[in-house]
Design a protein around this ligand. Structure first.
Ligand code: SAH
Ligand code: SF4
Length: 380
């Protein structure tokens, strides 16, 4: 099997080129063709020496993930379902806003953490994505959207690792992918525009702080261990005090001077005034001085058999008021792409059933033009 060049960060590509007897600047040229220009055909790379262009196809390739479906919501949100083989699919979501274009990227097929309110967690874990499979989502989305919008410049300005999977349980593949996102010869995103979201894999949060401290979002969901143990099973291994200690260690190197905490609002479970008060106490006193943070309240996106409901808007507002009154910066996250199930926690949940995933995926291929959504713009 020859190498897929999407698997390499620049140093990895330079090492690969060196094995072919090529200088580092050739790797930089190749890297720019791949990530800045979206090239997948070596014949296009006209500034590479002819001899190299002729040699490359026998030793490597640039192969994206097959697209199983593309859905576009009435609010402009686009969701792709990519085939990662063996009946597994992952999802990637583009969220356009006035001043930015955010891509929500998956890191694993399924997830082993098994949070109670997450449909990916309910599916169980299939496997880690490779660096190339993580980057293929960005590579495809960026260059597809440039073509769709008739634009030469960057369309995706922000990346959030908030798709399927726990990114910090796939760190060896994640790290080179993050490097490519930040590399000026590739996507050139700043560290503050790339966010890793984690359910709290404490030791790997410390490694990220050391290796490449991008923006960090931590999925909190509860103000005490008893409640969090039941929602995020990983809490039994890394309880709240250890998680918040890790946040305090991350803050000095973080690209912004706060950590984002995500809190999914579950009707009657974690959404009462006393939960809000306990959350204020926790965030403002932990470690003596509290944790500099912003709190994102996420309305729960229901999925079949979750047995959970979203808090009512009035309850969400009441919860937010307690936090705001105490001085905790709090936002209620807008739900996007509801009509295509692109909202958090619904990714691939409706098409992937691990018991018969292969058959279901075949069905998805055939019914790509699902009735619930209206494609706009034509190109797929
Ligand atoms: N595994 C990582 C990143 C992927 S999940 C993490 O847990 O942080 C991205 C975000 O979506 C997390 O904050 C997660 O808690 C949230 N989420 C998962 N399922 C959800 C659902 N059904 N409704 C609302 N948010 C959900
Ligand atoms: Fe995994 Fe995140 Fe879903 Fe939890 S919320 S099961 S960590 S993807």
């Amino acid at each position: 099997m020859t190498a897929n060049l999407l698997d390499f960060d620049l140093d990895g590509l330079a090492a690969f080129c060196e094995r072919l007897g090529e200088k580092r600047f050739r790797a930089t040229q190749l890297f720019r063709w791949i990530h800045q220009r979206g090239a997948s055909d070596f014949a296009q790379m006209t500034d590479l020496a002819r001899s190299l262009r002729d040699k490359l196809p026998s030793v490597c390739h640039i192969t994206p993930l097959p697209v199983l479906s593309r859905q576009q919501s009435s609010d402009g949100t686009i969701k792709w379902l990519f085939d990662v083989g063996d009946g597994n699919a992952v999802e990637t979501v583009f969220i356009p806003e006035a001043d930015r274009g955010t891509l929500c990227v998956s890191s694993q097929a399924g997830c082993a953490v098994g949070c109670r309110f997450c449909s990916t967690g309910h599916q169980g874990f299939s496997r880690n994505l490779s660096t190339g499979e993580i980057l293929a989502q960005l590579w495809y989305a960026e260059h597809h959207l440039r073509r769709q919008f008739g634009q030469n410049e960057r369309v995706i300005t922000n990346v959030v690792m908030m798709g399927m999977g726990e990114p910090l349980q796939n760190y060896s593949a994640l790290l080179p992918a993050l490097r490519v996102m930040l590399d000026d010869h590739a996507y050139g995103l700043s560290r503050r525009r790339v966010t890793v979201s984690t359910s709290g894999v404490v030791p790997v949060m410390d490694r990220l702080a050391q290796d490449l401290p991008v923006a960090l979002a931590v999925s909190l969901h509860a103000p005490n261990d008893a409640l969090r143990d039941g929602l995020v099973p990983l809490n039994k291994k890394y309880p709240l005090s250890e998680l918040l200690d890790a946040c305090l260690r991350y803050l000095p190197v973080a690209p912004r001077d706060f950590i984002t905490f995500e809190y999914c609002m579950l009707d009657g479970v974690n959404d009462q005034v006393e939960h809000a008060q306990a959350l204020v106490a926790l965030l403002q006193t932990h470690g003596g001085r509290g944790v500099s943070c912003k709190l994102n309240l996420i309305p729960f996106n229901p999925f079949p058999d979750s047995g959970l409901r979203c808090s009512s808007p009035a309850v969400v507002q009441r919860f937010a008021q307690v936090l705001l009154a105490a001085g905790v910066v709090t936002t209620v996250r807008k739900t996007r792409g509801d009509d295509i199930d692109a909202a958090c926690g619904q990714l691939a949940g409706d098409v992937l059933d691990r018991t018969n995933a292969a058959q279901r995926l075949a069905a998805v291929r055939q019914t790509e033009q699902a009735i619930r959504w209206v494609p706009r713009g034509g190109a797929t």
